[in-house]
Design a protein around this ligand. Structure first.
Ligand code: BTN
Length: 326
């Protein structure tokens, strides 16, 4: 953690109390003047920090901007996911930035956020709207020691982590629509785009691109999207602080990544199945120009969907566009 992140973390830990400049300078091993200079800098980003000669520094308010040091100060010690955080004001797609970092040899766990994306992309080549400061648009670089066939485990993990984070921060019960749409009252609020670079038997790196509609209003969306999408703000009536949600998602994702590394994917799959709006229903899955019809039965050990087709076979499906049959 750098100095700003350490200062923010100390101020947060003090809760509604204050921390003296002397204490900060002693614990962080820098001069009081250096602390003051960093506090001034944080104030220029919109952090409201009270400075009193008798009591020290108190964090009064934090702005709804994504700031790498602030996010880092919210990441728990020992987390892999989020141990390195980069924030961009605008980028084409955070998945592209993460991909470049991967090719440059950056270690797993780095998370790239952007306040806005000019060419955000969704699954099946779709466009993903990413207006400035309204949502969370980010990508996580992972280097899991696994076969490419098992990559779906990570998409499934991302969906369950999103459901838990949304529950803890927004108190909303979200559902999952296979493969990884997160829905609230039938409308999409978040999605996951998994991209990987692999050899036949081994993943070199994998990027989980996650988009969450946090503080968008219906007017931020074109009319056709408005019918099928929602936001956490539209559902709760409240503006959420995006950094809190981001920290919760990274924490939950890290927990699931650990379960995967410990070969405990079955417990994630169980959680996914309990939140899945699709299982047990008759569905059509469009894969390119092929349409599969049948009953969505369960997930297999790699996270693929098992579909009992109308001909009675069990098909293993890893991607496609699913619609529920009436
Ligand atoms: C989907 O549901 O189709 C997946 C949407 C994924 C969107 C995110 S936003 C951050 C990352 N960068 C992108 O260009 N896409 C993903």
């Amino acid at each position: 953690m750098n100095l700003d992140a350490q200062i923010l973390s100390a101020l947060r830990n003090a809760g509604s109390g204050a921390v003296s400049g002397a204490d900060l300078s002693h614990t962080l091993g820098v001069t009081r003047a250096a602390i003051w200079a960093r506090i001034e800098d944080l104030r220029s980003f919109g952090y409201e920090i009270e400075a009193s000669p008798h009591h020290g520094y108190k964090l009064l308010n934090v702005p709804d901007v994504l700031h790498a040091d602030d996010l880092l100060s919210l990441v728990r010690p020992g987390q892999i996911i989020g141990r390195d955080i980069r924030v961009f004001e605008a980028t084409q797609s955070t998945n592209d930035v993460a991909e470049k970092l991967a090719r440059d040899g950056v270690g797993e766990g780095v998370v790239v956020f952007a306040e806005s994306q000019t060419r955000g992309r969704g699954r099946m080549g779709r466009k993903w709207l990413s207006p400035a400061r309204k949502g969370l648009w980010f990508s996580v670089l992972l280097r899991p020691d696994m076969r490419p066939q098992a990559a779906t485990q990570l998409t499934v993990a991302a969906a369950t982590a999103l459901v838990r984070a949304i529950r803890s921060v927004a108190a909303l019960e979200a559902e999952i629509k296979w493969p990884n749409d997160i829905l609230i009252r039938g409308k999409k609020v978040a999605g996951v785009l998994t991209e990987l670079n692999a050899e036949l038997d081994h993943i070199k790196y994998l990027i989980l691109g996650i988009g969450v509609d946090v503080n968008l209003m219906p007017s931020d969306l074109p009319p056709d999207v408005r019918k099928i999408a929602t936001s956490l703000k539209a559902e709760t009536g409240q503006t959420l602080r995006r950094a809190d949600l981001a920290a919760a998602i990274l924490h939950e994702l890290d927990r699931d990544y650990e379960r995967i590394r410990n070969h405990e994917f079955a417990s994630i799959a169980q959680e996914w199945q309990a939140r899945c709006a699709t299982l047990g229903h008759r569905v059509t899955i469009q894969i390119g120009d092929r349409a599969l019809q049948g009953r969505a039965e369960s997930l297999d050990g790699d996270g693929a969907l098992l579909l009992r087709t109308d001909y009675g076979h069990l098909e293993r499906v890893i991607g496609g566009d699913l619609t529920l049959q009436k």
